[in-house]
Design a protein. Structure first.
Length: 299
């Protein structure tokens, strides 16, 4: 039988999701499979509303959806899922006219550079995408004035004041990004591992200082834009420290703006009014680890 010029299964590994296109004539026999017989992942996600007149069925899912699994290696994030074909029984229960099939699917993303979408030529072996963008990201962290209209001219504070921080990322020609602050550490010396040491943002985006009594520390909602993040921290000093300097170091990170906030990508403040952790975006569930300390490490 002559080979079809179109692949039976095509996969596009995008910034925050994957798209799987399945030819209805999956096995090249001239007998099309039904859309209802196809599903994606262990969660059995269904395809987009199929058009019976079209020769293809399409699935679109976020990387964490449909029961996909994530493996973190030193160099890559590997998302794995499976396309399932489960044929319905024929009218005669004594005979079988089709065999179930499983197609393993993988999307690989490099951890040490920026990710951009790219088409993948699939086979019946796992599919891979490791296309990296060459754009450079420029991060900044600034102390802002009381109106958030510009950078603060002085870096001196009195106890009782609020420090207004704004973190930003800029790039040229990059995919839309959302910025997060994983950790901010205050020390009495430039050495971030020195003692005393206070991590007022920790656990991949939990503003733990907002949990302390009599503080107004919080992430500021709404964001000015997805690639900017503002937060307030009440001024403090180390007990017993006769010096008047604090060194603050923060770890900033981005994710694709199309990827919904999750336990890996979050900005959470403690609300004293409700007694609960509240996310800047997303559902409250993504902040539940801020109290338990069991937050997953960002990839």
């Amino acid at each position: 039988r002559a080979l079809s010029p179109h692949p039976a299964v095509a996969v596009r590994c995008q910034e925050g999701q994957l798209a799987v296109t399945v030819r209805r004539d999956l096995f090249g026999t001239g007998r099309p499979v039904r859309a209802a017989e196809l599903s994606l992942g262990t969660a059995s996600c269904l395809p987009l509303s199929p058009n019976p007149a079209q020769a293809f069925v399409t699935f679109v899912a976020a990387l964490h959806e449909c029961g996909s699994t994530l493996q973190v290696t030193p160099d890559s994030l590997i998302y794995r899922t499976t396309l399932f074909y489960k044929p319905t029984r024929s009218g005669n229960p004594l005979i079988v006219r089709a065999t179930p099939a499983e197609v393993p699917i993988e999307c690989h993303y490099p951890r040490r550079s920026n990710v951009s979408s790219g088409a993948v030529r699939p086979t019946w072996a796992p599919f891979r995408s490791t296309v990296a963008a060459e754009e450079r990201l420029r991060f900044s962290l600034r102390l802002m004035d009381d109106e958030w209209s510009g950078e603060r001219l002085s870096n001196g504070f009195q106890l009782g004041d609020s420090l207004r921080f704004q973190a930003d990322v800029t790039s040229e020609g990059h995919v839309p990004l959302r910025l997060f602050v994983d950790q901010c550490v205050a020390t009495a010396t430039p050495d971030t591992s020195s003692s005393p040491r206070y991590a007022f943002i920790d656990l991949g985006g939990c503003l733990v200082d907002s949990r302390a009594e009599d503080t107004g520390s919080a992430f500021v909602s709404p964001r000015p834009r997805p690639e900017s993040l503002r937060f307030l921290v009440d001024a403090f000093k180390f007990a017993g420290d006769v010096g008047n300097l604090l060194y603050i170091s923060c770890h900033l990170r981005v994710s694709p703006a199309a990827l919904a906030p999750n336990p890996w990508n979050k900005a959470c403040s403690f609300s004293k009014a409700s007694g609960l952790w509240a996310p800047l975006e997303g559902t409250a569930a993504i902040c539940s680890c801020c109290d338990t300390g069991s937050c997953p490490s960002p990839g």
